[in-house]
Design a protein around this ligand. Structure first.
Ligand code: GBH
Length: 480
């Protein structure tokens, strides 16, 4: 930050502290104030939050919506650790106006959200549901009325159950189903919405849902996983083309969960195992889009994908995205183990390897990891621009006397943001940072226990309380 701005910051903050004890600088200690000046991202940088339909909307079975695979999965005994489900979640379906007011009050200008496919196409394809379509019109209009940019993710994991009954992503027809859905959504909202992402984290939803059965639809094995990978990868590029066709002046991206992979020790075998993990976590879906094909050389089992690849597919996997969404939370540390099929190695959990700071998810706090993964993605010649479309942390926050003093989350964001800025200063073209997430919400198979929000939610009363980390963003963004 230039000197003039630093001075202005200190001037305004000290005045504010004197004349308005309720002004939110009262929340900050001097160290946090100082850190504002070391986070100079520039005027054009976009700040916002990311959310996902199933995790916040609730209203799971009203106004014509049909079940998604997450409705089905979360109602299965034992699937969700806490026995909970997203039937109601944050009830965003009814409270979006107030929730967008909260976002606005944090001085953020981007709301990233996803569309529930089964709300607007209850049969997956075919007949549309106008009530569902209208809901997202209202959300988009409410964003625009507040000066907030709506950023839409077409698919954040909630496939209509009716399509899963036909095989879901395992069925090659999924490319056609998804195309029809993408076509409808972009034609419907493309006049008002310019920023689009095709998928949320394809590596996560294919691996967790179709390989290890930890997420919906709960399937296990390579026979499900590999075709799902290929059909999702085809749909990724197809989705990009559809947005391009239907939306004038669109900014088109897709998002990837990605984590820097370290070796447990310097043994050569560990290095080989780590490079296999790197393929699954970071490379599998971006490289085909960039025209590099599947990274089969680094993970030989991927040769089995050939069974599903049809003539012309390798060409169809390519799409020239305007930006890539990088979503990073932690790093992975991998150790060789000859008994692990295909991967020949295993992630060593943070607790086991004695990591010092661990979040409620059991993930290591490792700020340098976001710097490293940004550099890794920026090194692909075809990556033009990056948005950090998710970053955040879960801690066991408690509301005490109407306040949530989540100082550990403030510390987390400050340290991660410094690493994002380091990458930016070294030339990585980063356009924005979206926090995961606005509201505490349904954290998939973990239920409501891990709280990721900048806003605390009491799930019994639906009462919201802005956490101290939310106020930190609010103040920080005011002076940027
Ligand atoms: C994101 O997942 C999601 O987009 C979001 O919905 C979620 O609530 C949030 O983060 C917090 O968890 O080894 O290939 O099976 C990011 C977390 C990163 C978890 C990748 C699974 C390993 C995938 N995911 N990770 S894999």
């Amino acid at each position: 930050m230039e000197r003039r701005k630093v001075l202005r910051l200190f001037f305004v903050s000290s005045i504010a502290a004197v004349i308005a004890p309720k002004f939110s600088f009262a929340h900050l200690n001097p160290i946090e104030k100082l850190d504002f000046s070391s986070l100079d991202f520039g005027k054009d940088f976009k700040w916002g939050v990311a959310t996902a339909a199933y995790q916040i909307e609730g209203a799971h079975n009203i106004d014509g919506k049909s079940p998604s695979i997450w409705d089905t999965f979360s109602h299965k005994k034992g699937a969700i650790k806490t026995g909970e489900n997203g039937d109601i979640a944050c009830d965003f379906y009814h409270s979006y106006e107030k929730d967008l007011d909260l976002l606005k009050s944090l001085n953020m200008t981007v709301f990233r959200f996803s569309i529930a496919w089964s709300r607007i196409l209850p049969n997956g394809i075919g007949t549309t549901n106008q009530t569902g379509i209208d809901f997202y019109h209202r959300v988009i209009d409410a964003c625009l009325a507040r000066g907030i940019e709506p950023w839409i993710t077409l698919y954040h994991w909630d496939l209509p159950q009716i399509l899963q009954d036909k095989g879901g992503w395992i069925n090659r027809d999924a490319v056609l189903w998804f195309s029809e859905y993408a076509n409808l959504v972009t034609k419907t909202y493309g006049g008002k919405v310019k920023n689009w992402m095709v998928f949320n984290e394809p590596s996560a939803f294919t691996a967790l849902g179709y390989l290890i059965g930890y997420h919906a639809p709960g399937l296990k094995g390579l026979k499900q996983y590999l075709p799902a990978v290929h059909h999702v990868c085809l749909s990724q590029a197809e989705g990009g083309r559809i947005i391009r066709k239907n939306v004038a002046n669109a900014n088109i991206g897709t998002t990837f969960s990605c984590s820097h992979v370290d070796v447990f020790n310097s043994k050569k075998r560990d290095g080989e195992a780590a490079s296999r993990w790197d393929v699954i976590l970071n490379r599998l879906f971006i490289e085909p889009a960039l025209g590099m094909g599947y990274p089969t050389e680094s993970l030989p089992i991927l040769r089995k994908l050939n069974k599903y690849i049809q003539p012309g597919d390798l060409e169809r996997l390519k799409f020239d995205f305007d930006f890539i969404g990088v979503q990073n939370y932690t790093r992975e540390v991998v150790k060789a183990n000859a008994f692990i099929p295909f991967m020949k190695g295993l992630e060593i959990k943070p607790v086991k390897r004695g990591a010092k700071e661990i979040t409620e998810m059991g993930w290591e706090v490792y700020p340098e990891g976001i710097y490293k993964i940004l550099k890794q993605f920026a090194a692909y010649p075809g990556v033009k621009k990056i948005f950090v479309t998710e970053n955040g942390c879960a801690f066991p926050d408690e509301a005490v006397d109407g306040k949530v003093n989540d100082i550990n989350r403030i510390d987390f964001y400050q340290r991660y943001l410094k690493e994002v800025l380091r990458a930016k200063k070294e030339g990585v073209n980063i356009g924005g940072f979206f926090s995961w997430t606005l509201l505490d919400n349904f954290e998939w198979n973990e239920g409501f226990k891990p709280r990721f929000g900048l806003v605390h939610v009491d799930f019994k009363t639906q009462k919201r309380i802005i956490k101290e980390s939310g106020y930190w963003f609010k103040d920080f963004l005011l002076f940027l």
